[in-house]
Design a protein around this ligand. Structure first.
Ligand SMILES: [Zn+2]
Ligand SMILES: [Zn+2]
Length: 712
């Protein structure tokens, strides 16, 4: 730091203002080392003759000066020529250049006109500028976009007295590889531009609302009914329908918000339920991207109606799921005025309608009889499950001190998700009741009656995405902590949900980028099946696969049993360290059909250690095609809407006009979403549509010319 100061002081003495750090760098995580580095870079470039050039006193000379360019001039023309008039525009200009070239941008230092807050010069750096403290540079991480490599590429803008921003210094060479064209939309600063735009629109809308004073909560008898704390969540009947008691201005602002979202997003969906008096009671909404995500991952839905907004006396109820990286993904959310069956039935129907009536295979909810009833009515074919995190949360209040006891907790958890068979579960349950003298516990009795809905041993036939085994799933019950009582208006709640959703989508993009950059490091370098898995699965799913593979091949004993069918093999597998538990695998060689009594593939869509062991015994070095679930692969979101992929839907589209419209609209929407982040992609789609139109018009003309004429 000390060697920086003399220059800074020097600059001050010349009367050009000191270089000061600027706080809101994009891309975050600027470590101290990186900041110090940057200051050194500035100090060096502002010393000696060059500094005179940068901070030249003579305003007239300044106008004629050409920018100093260090490195290749390729692609720099617009950046050097263009004059902009604000910091944002300057930032955007360099960002645009960066994204064309394939690098991300970080904001740097600025200097001010002496004695003012007016910016005189402003620096922007390549995001790989500086070094991150404690990070070791290796061949593998060097070109990773998040690694700092002390890259010197930068630009400096100077503002003249007329407020014109011009580039006066450009370092265009990088010390690392640049992102390839197909990866460029994933660059961090490219994304923040898009996100920044949409959220600022929301802020504008939000701030523009006039929130009306609210009626005092509980001013109607119906409200009081709901306000009474429920004695028993399992017996949740009795709540009667009521209208929203929040101020009409508040409801109006929510409606305006939803309408404007719908204007921006052609696939946005929202629905409101009116009571007999025509007043709004319940809301549901989701955006276009949620629909696309549901089309890809809608096999499992998690619904939670335990959030309470005490100020508005409302229930906030989100629908979420898991994407191909095993991350949370947003499907939509609701604000409900009460917990009546009719409200939930309305909500679930609205949800289904918004998703093209595609039913999930499994739906996880909280422990609530009213919700259960509505699920059975609206999702008759789905497997209804009560998420274990809700049971465990409930147990805390129901079982008191007992729930803190470690031995009890261990047994309780085993009953919920640690048993392999119904017999094992029944034994464990009986033993738990006996050991802790719980035979008369009413809550456990009721819970037992619902065992079909929460015991994993009893749910081995339906896909559930392994959602209850996801390490973060215990947080599932409070993922919307930001949607809390602190928010004063319904609209603020909607904005908070959008924010949360945006964060998740950002994380998904990060994972997408990680998967695109390089395959995961395989623990065994030359294992064909692991390399195959690394190629098809996303990184996170690959890791699960790898663990199962190691368990199967490194810690499983097998016994081959005779089979009547010559082509089928049967094995009994015993995993070391798991007692005498035996799993039976059947493997049909010609059809590559695999099944195991542990049912991991049925529930999770991934091969279990036992099946992997069987493949290994038979020298199969690839995962059978039928055992790769698309939703876990890197291609999970590709080719989803091209109906030619699936013969049946293609035929449907050809025969039915409405089905055709529906499909093509979603297909087009998906392509628009995928292309919007990057100019080159936008161009590609634009041109494709143009040539499509040309062909269509040409065809129409042709048909008209050759049509028989009926004119007399
Ligand atoms: Zn760079
Ligand atoms: Zn198995």
């Amino acid at each position: 730091m000390s060697h920086v100061e003399p220059t800074a002081v020097g600059a001050d003495q010349v009367g050009e203002g000191a270089v000061v750090p600027h706080g809101d760098g994009v891309g975050g995580s600027g470590g101290d080392v990186a900041t110090a580095e940057a200051q050194v870079a500035v100090a060096v470039s502002t010393s000696g003759d060059e500094r005179r050039g940068d901070y030249g006193d003579d305003a007239e000379n300044e106008e004629e000066e050409a920018a100093t360019v260090q490195g290749s001039k390729e692609g720099t023309e617009e950046l050097l020529r263009k004059v902009v008039y604000s910091e944002e525009a300057a930032y955007k200009l360099y960002c645009d250049y960066g994204h064309r070239m394939g690098f991300s941008i970080r904001k740097g230092k600025q200097s001010y006109f002496t004695g003012t807050k007016r910016i005189r010069t402003k620096d922007y750096f390549c995001s790989k500028e500086g070094l991150k403290e404690g990070e070791k540079l290796t061949d593998t991480n060097f070109n990773d976009p998040h690694t700092r490599t002390n890259c010197r590429a930068m630009v400096r803008f100077r503002v003249n007295d007329q407020g014109e921003w011009k580039v006066i210094r450009l370092v265009s060479d990088h010390n690392h590889n640049l992102a390839r064209p197909e990866e460029r939309h994933l660059l961090r600063s490219a994304r923040s531009l898009i996100a920044g735009r949409s959220s600022s629109v929301e802020v504008m809308l939000y701030e523009g609302y006039q929130v009306q004073p609210q009626l005092p909560a509980g001013s109607t008898s119906a409200t009081n009914n709901v306000e009474n704390p429920k004695q028993d969540l399992l017996l949740g009947y009795g709540a009667t329908a009521k209208t929203l008691t929040v101020g009409t201005g508040d409801v109006q602002s929510l409606v305006s918000h939803l309408k404007s979202r719908a204007n921006e997003d052609g696939m946005f969906y929202w629905d409101v339920q009116l009571d007999r008096g025509g007043r709004m009671t319940n809301f549901f909404w989701r955006d276009g991207r949620s629909r696309t995500d549901y089309d890809c991952f809608g096999d499992v839905v998690v619904f939670d109606s335990t959030y309470r907004l005490s100020k508005q006396n409302l229930i906030f109820a989100p629908f979420v799921g898991v994407n191909h990286h095993w991350q949370t993904t947003m499907y939509g959310c609701a604000l409900l005025a009460d917990e009546s069956t009719s409200s939930f039935v309305w909500l679930f129907k609205s949800f289904l309608e918004s998703m093209g009536n595609r039913h999930p295979q499994s739906i996880f909810t909280n422990l609530d009889q009213v919700v259960s009833k509505a699920v059975e009515e609206v999702f008759p074919s789905a497997c209804h499950r009560i998420a274990h995190w809700h049971i465990q949360k409930n147990a805390q209040s129901r079982l008191g001190a007992l729930n803190v006891s470690k031995p009890f907790n261990k047994m309780f958890t085993k009953c919920i998700q640690g048993c392999d068979s119904e017999t094992e579960f029944e034994e464990a349950w009986a033993q738990m009741l006996c050991e802790f003298k719980l035979q008369d516990n009413k809550w456990l009795k009721k819970l037992y009656k619902l065992k079909q809905k929460w015991c994993s041993a009893l749910n081995k036939c339906t896909f559930d995405g392994g959602i209850e085994y996801e390490p973060q799933c215990d947080n599932m019950s409070n993922i919307f902590n930001n949607v809390s009582d602190k928010l004063t208006s319904l609209c603020a709640i909607a904005v908070a949900v959008d924010k949360q959703t945006e964060d998740w989508r950002e994380k998904e993009l990060d994972e997408d980028a990680r998967c695109l950059q390089k395959p995961p490091a395989c623990i065994i370098k030359h294992s064909d099946i692991l390399n195959h898995a690394a190629k098809v699965y996303t990184h996170r799913i690959y890791k699960l696969f790898e663990t199962d593979f190691l368990d199967g091949c490194g810690a499983t004993k097998f016994k081959e049993l005779p089979c009547q069918d010559n082509n089928t093999y049967q094995f009994e597998m015993t995993m070391q360290g798991r007692g005498s538990r035996v799993c039976t695998v059947h493997f049909n060689m010609p059809t590559m059909r695999l099944s195991c009594s542990c049912s991991k593939f049925e529930t999770m869509g991934l091969l279990c250690p036992h099946a992997l062991k069987a493949l290994s015994i038979k020298n199969i070095c690839k995962i059978p095609e039928s055992c790769i679930l698309k939703r876990w692969t890197k291609d999970a979101k590709k080719w989803v809407f091209n109906p030619k992929q699936y013969e049946s839907s293609y035929q449907e589209c050809m025969n039915d006009e409405a089905a055709y419209c529906n499909y093509v609209m979603r297909y087009a929407y998906d392509l628009v979403t995928k292309s919007q982040g990057q100019e080159a992609l936008r161009k590609v789609l634009w041109e494709t549509l143009e040539s499509g139109e040309k062909e269509l018009e040409g065809y129409l003309e042709n048909v008209t010319q050759h049509a028989p004429s009926y004119a007399t």
